[in-house]
Design a protein around this ligand. Sequence first.
Ligand code: THG
Length: 261
Amino acid sequence: MFIIGERVNGMFSDIKKAIQSKDKKPVQKVALEQVKAGANALDINVGPATADKESAMVWLVEAVREVTDIALSVDTAKFSAMKAGFEAAGGSLILNSTKGDDRSMDQYLPLAKEHDALAIILCIDENGVPSNVEGRVEIAMKGLAKAMEYEIDIEKIVIDPIVLPANVAQDQTKKVMQAISEIRSLADPSPHIVVGLSNISQRCSNTGLIDRTFLAMCVANGMDMAITDPTDEELMNTMITAELLMNKSIYCDGFLEAYYT
Ligand code: THG
């Protein structure tokens, strides 16, 4: 599993405060905790409360880059902020994200190509998030065709089927998992599949339990990347165990310890 640490996000109050007061310390602390816990990349998102998205993104990227060379997933819906974040980061990048309509992909995919970045394509188009499996799969396939048009390797493409909170869109959870499975079986070579895991339990009770149960189910359906918090030990243990049971690692009695060595 490729883990994108979710915590450097202005949606969290410590990071929001740090961005507003231009205090790098809390950002760098959170970033290093995520890396130490096993993140393979860090999501970088300035959150909703900042007016000047470009300069906030540059500041946040630079703060994190001072303490780690790990891959950065520049997470913004604003193209100018994406471009600014990419330039500030130098290399080792994930474009998070482009919508799956032609107009968005024609803008974002050339930027990903230019920086040799992984590109996350969301299963959203001009009509929003499809409410069925077929709509998600169709957008994913259009995304792969578009990547080929720009001569981007399919290994560089990451499809996000879009996870919605279980308390308001309970019927969508199963559809996300079916979409993951279908995209995996239809495409050869297959793109990566990512989900924003915490979306599933936003404003629910028992968030941890819901997150890790959903994680195991997504792993069973072929998901290989997750935006999540690797400092959640129970969640990580569930991920390691789910991958073991999917035969992605070799069983030994100390399989949990073995993962970290
Ligand atoms: N897909 C992609 N990128 C994404 C998402 C996705 N980036 C952002 C988001 N979704 C993933 N990151 C988070 C981070 C936090 C939460 C959810 C997703 C979250 N926070 C709690 C809340 O808002 O209720 C708690 C906040 C707090 O503790 O202060 O749920 O889907 N490509």
